[in-house]
Design a binder for this molecule. Structure first.
Ligand SMILES: NC(=O)c1ccc[n+]([C@@H]2O[C@H](COP(=O)([O-])OP(=O)(O)OC[C@H]3O[C@@H](n4cnc5c(N)ncnc54)[C@H](OP(=O)(O)O)[C@@H]3O)[C@@H](O)[C@H]2O)c1
Length: 388
C-alpha cells in the first residue's frame, strides 16, 4: 500500500538553485484515467537550472515542483470507467513519462509545448516521490530489473524527444548525412548517439579536450573541434567536409553561435534551433540572407510529442543504445542542489540524475553507447568516470 504522505521539492524563489526546498504533501489519489507512479529516477536538464535562475524563455512562478524527466513504477491505478480504461498498464509496470502529458502526436505545438511540460509554466514537475499521470500519456517499459535501468530510462524524455524532433520532425536525417553537434551536454550527447546509429557522420564541438575524447571514444563521434582553440569552427567544419558543410546542425548555443552554424551548414542543410547557451553576439547574423543563399531550413525545435519519444525509444531499444549517465545523486535537498550546481558548472557529459526510492550512492554510474561505424551495432558497456 502506498503511504499517504510524500516528500516533494519546490522552488520557493527563482534566483538560484538553493531555493529548492522539501515539503511534506499528500500522495495524490489517481483519478479516472490516471495511474499513480512511484518515481524511481529523475534526470536533470539545463532547463531545470534555467527555470531556477529565471533564465528560461517563459516565466515560471509560484512554488513549482521542477524537472520533467522521470522513470518509475505504477503503484496504483485510478478508477476505471467506460471512457477511461488502461488495459495495458497495471500495478508493477515500469513506465517513462513524455515531457508533456498533453502533447501526444505530431512534432510542432508552438509555445504551449514549453508551457505544458512538467515543471515549467503550467504544471508541477516530477521531483517528488509519487505523481499521478494520465495513463494514456505514459510509455510502458520492459521490466526494470535494477536501479540503473530506471536511471537510463529517465534520461530519455527531454533529450530523445528533442533530438528525434530535430532529426525526423521536418527535413529528415538520412544515412550518409553529416551532423554537426554543438557541445557535449544532455541534448548533444543524445544527438551524437542517435546520429551515429542512423548512419550519419558526426562532428562534435566542445570547449574541453577531455570531453572531446569522451565524445569520440565513448559516444562514437567521428570528428572533433575544440571551439576555444579553434574559434572559427565553422571553417573547420567546411574543411572536414571538403567544403560540403553539415547537413544537420544541433544548435544549442542560440544567438551566440548561430552565425557560425549558418556558415558551417551546407546547401539545403537543416539548423535545429534548440538552446540558448552562448553569450549573444553584438551584431546578429543576417539569417534571412544567409538561409536564402544556401536554401537552409532554420527551424525552432520545442520539445516534441509522446509519439516522437516512442519512436526514439523504439530505435534505441532496437540498436541497444544507451545514453551516458554522468553521476547519480540521492533524493535529498543537499544532493539535488549539488546536482543542479554540477549541471550549472558545465562539468558533465550527458546529464546528472537524481535517484529516488533506491539506496543510490553518490558515485558515477557510467554506461554509454560506443559507435562502431555508420549504422553499426552499439555495445552496452560500463566506463569509468571521465573526471572533467
Ligand atoms: N528546445 C527544446 O526543446 C530544448 C530541449 C532540451 C534542451 N534545450 C536547451 O538546449 C540547451 C542544451 O541543453 P542541455 O540540457 O543539453 O544542456 P547541458 O547538458 O547543460 O549542456 C550544455 C552544453 O552546451 C555547450 N555549450 C555551451 N556554450 C557553448 C558554446 N558557446 N558553443 C558550443 N557549445 C556550447 C557545452 O559544451 P562544452 O561543455 O562541451 O563546451 C555543453 O555541452 C539549453 O539551452 C536547453 O535549455 C532545449
Amino acid at each position: 500500500m502506498s503511504p499517504t504522505e510524500q516528500t516533494v521539492f519546490r522552488l520557493t524563489a527563482y534566483n538560484g538553485v538553493e531555493n529548492l526546498h522539501p515539503f511534506r504533501e499528500p500522495v495524490p489519489e489517481p483519478s479516472a484515467g490516471e495511474v499513480l507512479v512511484k518515481v524511481r529516477s529523475v534526470s536533470l536538464n539545463y532547463r531545470d537550472v534555467a527555470i531556477a535562475t529565471s533564465t528560461y524563455p517563459i516565466p515560471v512562478g509560484g512554488k513549482v515542483i521542477p524537472c520533467c524527466d522521470v522513470a518509475g513504477e505504477i503503484v496504483a491505478v485510478g478508477p476505471t470507467t467506460e471512457l477511461f480504461k488502461s488495459p495495458d498498464l497495471i500495478v508493477g509496470d515500469a513506465v517513462v513519462a513524455p515531457v508533456s502529458p498533453s502533447f501526444l502526436y505530431g512534432h510542432d505545438k508552438g509555445p504551449d509545448a514549453l508551457d505544458l511540460t512538467w515543471g515549467a509554466g503550467k504544471q508541477d514537475g516530477v521531483l517528488r516521490e509519487y505523481i499521478a499521470i494520465p495513463a494514456h500519456s505514459l510509455i510502458k517499459l520492459p521490466p526494470c530489473k535494477a536501479p540503473r535501468d530506471f536511471v537510463q530510462w529517465s534520461a530519455t524524455p527531454c533529450t530523445v524527444t528533442t533530438v528525434w524532433n530535430a532529426f525526423y520532425g521536418n527535413a529528415r536525417l538520412k544515412p550518409g548525412d553529416t551532423v554537426l553537434v554543438l557541445g557535449t551536454g544532455g541534448v548533444s550527447a543524445t544527438a551524437i548517439i542517435l546520429a551515429k546509429a542512423a548512419g550519419a557522420t558526426t562532428i562534435v564541438t566542445s570547449s574541453s579536450d577531455k570531453k572531446l575524447d569522451f565524445a569520440q571514444n565513448q559516444l562514437g563521434a567521428d570528428y572533433r573541434i575544440n571551439y576555444k582553440t579553434t574559434p572559427d569552427w565553422a571553417a573547420e567544419v567546411q574543411r572536414i567536409t571538403n567544403g560540403k558543410g553539415a547537413d544537420h546542425v544541433i544548435e544549442v548555443g542560440g544567438q551566440g553561435t548561430l552565425h557560425q552554424s549558418l556558415a558551417a551548414a551546407g546547401p539545403g542543410g537543416v539548423i535545429s534551433l534548440i538552446g540558448f547557451l552562448a553569450d549573444p553576439q553584438e551584431t546578429p547574423p543576417n539569417v534571412a540572407n544567409l538561409a536564402l543563399m544556401k536554401a537552409l531550413v532554420v527551424r525552432g525545435v520545442l520539445g516534441g510529442s509522446k509519439q516522437q519519444l516512442e519512436e526514439g525509444i523504439r530505435f534505441m531499444s532496437a540498436r541497444g543504445l544507451e545514453l551516458p549517465v554522468d553521476k547519480v545523486f540521492a533524493f535529498k535537498r543537499e544532493e539535488i542542489i549539488a546536482a543542479l550546481e554540477y549541471l550549472k558548472s558545465g562539468s558533465h557529459v550527458g546529464k546528472p540524475y537524481v535517484g529516488n526510492g533506491w539506496r543510490l550512492r553518490r558515485k558515477p554510474l557510467l554506461g554509454c553507447a560506443k559507435g562502431h561505424g555508420a549504422g553499426g551495432l552499439h555495445n552496452r558497456r560500463d566506463h569509468s568516470q571521465p573526471g572533467f
